[in-house]
Design a binder for this molecule. Structure first.
Ligand code: SAH
Length: 219
């Protein structure tokens, strides 16, 4: 059961509005991304003890050594993913708290999200149920293998960093589709964008980033 702890002090709409102002100052422009992040209560995706910090622009712990991504990086990756062709079907690797999943679910038709840590997935599922998000499907597995049954995807977003891009993810990308993924070890990572045109893949390297590692297997 998720308590509401809404509406007061540091979790109020005004606090969320300030976050949106900061995101705009940092260059986020996509009206849909800004609108959903303005409306979505990020504090419901973290532990009650951390709720008052939910609208700071930082990553926060969500247990099991994992973190909910920083709002700016969620906004930036979503904006990049949605550029160009419409994205009807999107795959996310690394559900975590479910916040990025929820942002996506309001901007595309269907979201498929894979998580390797079962308790995190169960918590996210409960949040989607409570908040009435019903275009999200979840799978407990190692997302390096994608989710073949529903492929191809118009977009794939990865919220943990592999050392190298898993080839299965490239295979499951639709022609014209786009993959947004942090790549690298703990010392040095960068955000990459891979566009598929027919059977060729064009890679662009963007900002330096810092994500938890993509790990193999599921627990
Ligand atoms: N989008 C999430 C990010 C959570 S951190 C959020 O904003 O809350 C990244 C998540 O990726 C963690 O939950 C971690 O368990 C998961 N992860 C790491 N390796 C994975 C893999 N191989 N397959 C699926 N999920 C993985």
């Amino acid at each position: 059961m998720i308590s509401n702890h809404r509406g007061i002090g540091m979790t109020s709409q005004r606090t969320r509005d300030r976050l949106i102002t900061r995101l705009k100052e940092q260059g986020i422009q996509h009206p849909g991304v800004l609108a959903i992040m303005k409306a979505l209560p990020r504090h419901l995706f973290v532990d009650e003890a951390l709720a008052s910090r939910a609208y700071e622009d930082t990553a926060l712990p969500i247990g099991h050594g994992q973190t909910i991504s920083q709002p700016f990086i969620v906004a930036r990756m979503t904006e990049i993913l949605l550029e160009g062709l419409p994205k009807n079907k999107v795959l996310e690797v690394g559900t975590g708290s479910g916040y990025q999943t929820a942002v996506l679910s309001r901007l595309v038709e269907r979201v498929f999200s894979v998580e390797r840590i079962s308790p995190l997935q169960n918590q996210a599922r409960e949040r989607f149920y409570q908040l009435k998000f019903n275009n999200i499907r979840l799978k407990h597995s190692d997302g390096s293998w994608g989710w073949e049954e529903n492929a191809p995807y118009d977009g794939i977003i990865v919220t943990c960093a592999p050392e190298q891009i898993p080839t299965e993810l490239l295979k499951q990308l639709a022609p014209g589709g786009r993959l947004v993924i942090p790549v690298g070890g703990s010392a040095e990572q960068s955000l990459r964008v891979i566009d598929r045109n027919g059977n060729s893949f064009e890679e662009t390297e963007l900002d330096a980033v810092s994500f938890v590692p993509l790990l193999s297997g599921h627990i």
